[in-house]
Write a protein that binds this ligand. Structure first.
Ligand code: FAD
Length: 150
């Protein structure tokens, strides 16, 4: 497990107790991080994927060279900085084998690219794969299903 994305660095009595309760439940079920505690790898992953897929769903259909450079930098930076060591190593390998730059030409291509990278992790963790259909991805991450209205 990566240095930052785990609960063992938690400080403080009540926080440690809350973290210990969270750790006694099965690892496959993401647990809500108690308020003000460092993020565990599951919550960090959920938030990070949510940010990445949401960003892709708002990416322009016809991006500028700057848009393309910035999204490439964002994804590439995670292969260096993502605060979970083994997650980062596998993600780096995946992005090396599947460079992002050719997939930054339009929103649909970018959404599918990230969906595939996420599915690789899903498979590794024994989780269900998401169907990488731009319509479903847009519905999941931008427009919302029926009932998502607030
Ligand atoms: C770059 C990266 C690498 C990671 N590597 C590891 C690792 O090596 N080991 C590890 O234990 N954890 C890793 N994680 C965390 C892991 O992927 C999950 O985020 C975490 O286990 C929480 O899973 P979850 O079931 O809450 O939902 P998540 O997998 O976080 O998914 C969140 C939501 O995204 C949607 N979704 C699911 N799959 C897709 C998809 N393919 N495309 C679009 N939307 C989708 C679903 O609606 C789901 O509810 C990584 C996270 C990131 C960001």
């Amino acid at each position: 497990m990566g240095a930052a994305a785990k609960g063992s660095t938690t400080r403080g009595k009540s926080t440690a107790a809350a973290q210990s309760t969270a750790q006694s439940t099965p690892k496959s079920t993401p647990q809500p991080t108690p308020p003000s505690c460092p993020l565990g790898r599951e919550v960090l992953g959920l938030f990070t994927w949510s940010f990445l897929h949401t960003t892709a769903s708002h990416y322009p259909p016809s991006p500028t060279p700057t848009d393309r450079l910035q999204i490439t930098n964002l994804i590439t930076s995670l292969t260096h900085l993502y605060p979970c060591t083994d997650c980062r190593a596998d993600f780096k390998e995946s992005v090396s084998k599947n460079p992002i730059e050719p997939h930054t030409k339009n929103k649909n291509d970018l959404m599918i690219y990230l969906c595939k990278r996420h599915n690789e992790v899903n498979v590794k963790l024994g989780k269900k794969e998401f169907e990488c259909d731009p319509r479903l991805l847009d519905e999941r991450w931008r427009t919302g299903f029926k009932g998502c209205e607030t």
